[in-house]
Ligand binder design. Structure first.
Ligand code: B12
Length: 292
C-alpha cells in the first residue's frame, strides 16, 4: 500500500476518534500508573488506588470522572485505545478476574476454623473441584457430620447460626470479627435459645434446611461467602428461613441479605437487621414470602 493511502486511512480513523489528523503519528496515551523502574515491583492493579484512576485521555472535565470514580467501584472511565480498552484497563480486568478465581479456590488459613469456636461439619463434598461441579452434594451433610450434629449440638434451638465458606473463603475470614460478636450479642439480648454455632465446609445454601430439620430449629441463619464479582470478592450473604424442611422446594420461604462487607452493607448493621428478622420470623411463625 502506498504511503498516501496509509495516511488517508490514519486520518479517517483519527477523525472517527474525534482527534485532529495532523499527519504525525498519534501520541500514545500516558500510562494509568507511573512506569515502574526495572527494580521496582509492578503496581498491584487490584488495589482501590488503581481502580480510582481516570483512564480517559483528554477528558473535557476529568474532575467529573474523578468524582464518579469516588462514588462507585464500577469499572468506568477506563478510556479506550481505538475501539478497545487500554492495556492497563485490560490487565486490571484480568487481575480482578484472577483474584476472584483465587478466592473461590482458596482454603482457610491453618486452624482458622478451629480458632473460630464454631463446630466444624462437612458436606458430602471431598474437594474443591467437586464442590464447583456438584452443587447437589454441597447441600447435604456427610454421614459423620450428621452423627456429630445429633451427638454434640443443642437440640430444638430457637435460633441456629451456621457459617459456611460457600464461594468465598475471604468473605468469611474478613467479616467474621465484625459480624459474629454483635450477632451473638443481639440474639443473647433477646433471651433466645441459641443452637451450637456451626461451620459447614463446602456448603451450599440449602444445607441450612437439612441442619434446621435435623435439629428441629425455629429460625436458621446461614452466613455464606457469595460468588465473587470482578470488583468485590469479600462479600457475605445471609440466608434465613423459618422451620425449614429438606423436602421443601419453595425457595421463596427464604430471605437473602446480600452484599455484606465493609463497602456494602456494613457487617455490624447487617447483624442488627438479622436480629430484627429473627424476632419477626418468631413472632409471625413464618418467613420469606409468607411473612407479612
Ligand atoms: C448466582 C445467583 C443466582 C443464581 C443461583 C443459581 C446457583 N446455583 O448459583 C440464579 C440465577 C438461579 C439466581 C436466581 C435468583 N436470584 Co440470585 N443471585 C445470585 C448471586 C449472583 C450469587 C449467589 C451466591 O453466591 N450464593 C452463594 C452460593 C454458595 O449459594 P448456592 O447454594 O450455590 O446457590 C443458591 C443461592 O445462590 C440461592 N439464591 C440465589 N439468588 C437468590 C435470591 C433469593 C431471594 C434467595 C432466597 C435465594 C437465592 O439459590 C441458589 C440455589 O439454592 C447473588 C448476588 C450476590 N451478590 O450474592 C444474586 C442474588 C442473591 N439474587 C437475587 C435475586 C433477586 C434472585 C431472584 C429472585 C431473581 C428473580 N427475580 O428470579 C432469583 C431467585 C432464585 C431462588 N433460588 O429463589 C438477589 C437477592 C436480593 C435479595 N436481597 O433478596 C441477589 C442478591 C442479586 C441482587 N443484587 O439483586 N440467583
Amino acid at each position: 500500500m502506498n504511503p498516501s493511502a496509509i495516511e488517508t486511512i490514519v486520518r479517517s480513523v483519527l477523525a472517527e476518534l474525534g482527534q485532529q489528523g495532523s499527519g504525525e503519528a498519534p501520541q500514545p496515551a500516558p500510562p494509568l500508573t507511573p512506569a515502574a523502574a526495572a527494580d521496582e515491583p509492578l503496581p498491584d492493579l487490584t488495589l482501590p488506588t488503581a481502580r480510582r484512576q481516570v483512564g480517559v485521555v483528554g477528558a473535557q472535565r476529568p474532575e467529573v470522572l474523578e468524582d464518579l470514580l469516588k462514588n462507585t467501584p464500577a469499572r468506568i472511565a477506563v478510556g479506550r485505545a481505538g475501539p478497545r480498552p487500554r492495556t492497563e484497563a485490560s490487565i486490571r480486568f484480568l487481575a480482578d478476574h484472577s483474584r476472584s478465581k483465587d478466592t473461590v479456590l482458596k482454603d482457610f488459613p491453618d486452624n482458622w476454623v478451629k480458632n473460630s469456636g464454631f463446630l466444624e461439619l462437612r458436606t458430602e463434598i471431598v474437594e474443591k473441584d467437586q464442590y464447583l461441579t456438584r452443587p447437589d452434594l454441597g447441600r447435604r451433610l456427610c454421614m459423620d457430620s450428621i452423627a456429630k450434629l445429633g451427638a454434640e449440638c443443642v437440640n430444638q434451638p430457637q435460633v441456629q447460626l451456621i457459617l459456611s465458606d460457600g464461594l468465598s473463603t475471604d468473605a468469611v475470614v474478613v467479616n467474621f470479627d465484625e459480624i459474629i460478636p454483635p450477632l451473638l450479642k443481639g440474639i443473647e439480648r433477646q433471651g433466645l435459645k441459641l443452637g451450637t454455632p456451626l461451620f459447614v465446609k463446602h456448603g451450599r445454601v440449602k444445607v441450612e434446611d437439612q441442619i434446621g430439620e435435623l435439629l428441629d430449629a425455629k429460625v436458621v441463619i446461614l452466613l455464606i461467602g457469595e460468588r465473587p464479582g470482578l470488583g468485590q470478592s469479600e462479600s457475605l450473604s445471609c440466608y434465613m428461613v423459618y422451620s425449614p424442611r429438606v423436602a421443601s422446594t419453595v425457595e421463596s420461604d427464604r430471605i437473602c441479605i446480600s452484599n455484606i462487607h465493609a463497602g456494602g452493607t456494613p457487617p455490624v448493621e447487617a447483624a442488627a437487621v438479622i436480629v430484627e428478622m429473627v424476632q419477626k420470623f418468631l413472632r409471625e411463625g413464618r418467613s420469606g414470602g409468607q411473612a407479612k
